[in-house]
Design a protein around this ligand. Sequence first.
Ligand code: ADP
Ligand code: MN
Ligand code: MN
Ligand code: MN
Length: 346
Amino acid sequence: MTFKAEYIWIDGTEPTAKLRSKTKIMAGSPAGVEELPLWGFDGSSTNQAEGHASDRVLKPVFSCQDPIRGGENILVLCEVFDIDGTPHASNTRALLRPVAERFAAQEAIFGIEQEYTFFDGARPLGFPVNGFPAAQGGYYCGVGADEIFGREIVEKHLDHCLAAGLSISGINAEVMPGQWEFQVGPVGPLEVSDQLWIARWLLYRTAEDFDVSATLDPKPVKGDWNGAGAHTNFSTRAMREGDRSWDAIITACEALGEGSKPMDHVKNYGAGIDDRLTGLHETAPWDQYKYGVSDRGASVRIPWQVEVDKKGYIEDRRPNANVDPYVVTRLIVDTCCAGLEKAGQA
Ligand code: ADP
Ligand code: MN
Ligand code: MN
Ligand code: MN
């Protein structure tokens, strides 16, 4: 018996990394991720090496069933290392690992809302060949062939994510034709990030069979159209439970606003963030920080139900659709968990 293992990794493309993958035929039945072998690739073709010393190492860190190929076949997400065993400069997961571990006792969990846009050639799916469709307004969570473009792809992607065992929590149509969202989580920082990268790979791969491309471009159409974000919902155990949860929620919001933190975060929340965080289209301006209850024009929103319950989670609305989840979860854990610790509220 043989099976196919699709080794997936994040490349060195700048300013926004891309996914790459290749197939390894293996004997027997799939083992746990720890037992899967290391593999290599040509880093000079992925902006991860110079041609004269081009070998880079793939180390499996997460695996799941391959819903595209079915059977015993698997998807294998990898970290990239240099041949001497140091994490490659593009390996942002390696930076998250120690931060997640340091604050593990706070039990941080994340739910990430991944917005994206389908393209048919050079046009967003559903845009007429000439000009523009009716202005946005009716498309969000819409129904009907005049408003909805690509639902068959979205449904197939959702089924694939579920078959792979990912913690997908929902999908919805977004404010522009051809624009959609899926949510992953809530699970821990490494889990949500690994699963989001796999879900992105499955999105591109699923759409490929429909001759459609999907993009995480944060502002796929200029002008009066919403951009695409990756709202990042976050909580720790102290924010979810106990009689001082509300204090912990406020402490987390304040920690995100302290000193240089707003800039430290925003500049790592995805290339082109100043084009999307304009202050219009349900965003706060990129160079201002504010938080508020139910405020979709704030940087960080406290959902209304959370204010009612006085416990729950906060939503960082700033990350772009093209954000690296290993980076956004690291920054939020680092800032908020340290803030909670300092306030004696962890
Ligand atoms: P929105 O109203 O902003 O569109 P969504 O329903 O799209 O909200 O997404 C909300 C996200 O919040 C989901 O991914 C969900 O898993 C996540 N979430 C729910 N509870 C928590 C929690 N306690 N901590 C972190 N994330 C959470
Ligand atoms: Mn949402
Ligand atoms: Mn959305
Ligand atoms: Mn949201």
